[in-house]
Design a protein around this ligand. Structure first.
Ligand code: E4P
Length: 215
């Protein structure tokens, strides 16, 4: 499973990229707005240190507007994936982008039928938002199970990217279900590596080792 960071913050991306395990980055207009820098500069800087997929989202809501914005974003670097909302005009844009060789991440997916349509439109990635479903008392992970099953049933090549992740359990569950990608905030990324028993165990080993050196 690929692990992505869901942020537009360069320092967080650099920290994660330095581990050698980061597979890609997703951004969205809300994350970009926090950075107070020009959107295209942010994407260019991210693409300079991340070789995997970097999603950059259009803000137009009509097909022609999405195409205009998406073509500009795709010019920034070869690994830019144009992120398009899961609305009617978005599904049309995805098909046009595909015919031009531009790959799309279809975002804001909240139902299995939306995911089915995204795959039929030729999406490279679909992004179901599980945390936001959990927030309204629906089990977000159930949606991942449904989408993975549907895509397997019909051999769709669209990758399932689990988005709106809130904790490491979401990441583990995504892997158990066979999702292709999990994207997460930097805080969750750092939590993935931590376990208190690892820290306690390491401290004990080092302590015991010191005693051996003294003898
Ligand atoms: C995915 O690509 C989105 O940027 C993101 O996961 C949304 O997460 P949120 O619900 O925490 O805003």
């Amino acid at each position: 499973m690929k692990l992505f960071l869901d942020t537009a913050n360069f320092n967080e991306i650099r920290e994660a990229a330095n581990t050698g395990i980061l597979d890609g980055v997703t951004t969205n207009p809300s994350l970009v707005a926090k950075e107070n820098r020009p959107f295209k500069d942010i994407i260019k800087d991210i693409c300079a240190i991340v070789k995997g997929d970097v999603s950059a989202e259009v803000t137009a809501t009509d097909t022609e507007g999405m195409l205009r914005e998406g073509r500009e974003l795709a010019k920034i670097a070869d690994n830019v994936i144009v992120k398009v909302p899961l609305i009617k005009d978005g599904l049309v844009a995805v098909q046009r982008f595909k015919s031009e060789g531009i790959r799309c991440n279809v975002t804001l997916c909240f139902s299995p039928t939306q995911a089915l349509l995204a795959a039929k439109a030729g999406a490279y990635i679909v992004s179901p938002f599980i945390g936001r479903l959990d927030d309204i008392s629906q089990v977000g992970m159930d949606l991942i199970q449904q989408i993975v099953t549907i895509y397997r049933n019909y051999d769709f090549s669209t990758q399932v990217l689990v988005a709106s992740i809130r904790n490491p359990v979401h990441v583990a569950d995504s892997a158990m279900l066979g999702a292709d990608i999990a994207t997460m905030p930097y805080g969750v990324w750092t939590q993935l590596i931590k376990h208190p028993l690892t820290d306690i165990g390491l401290a004990r080993f080092l302590d015991d080792w010191k005693k051996v050196q003294v003898k």
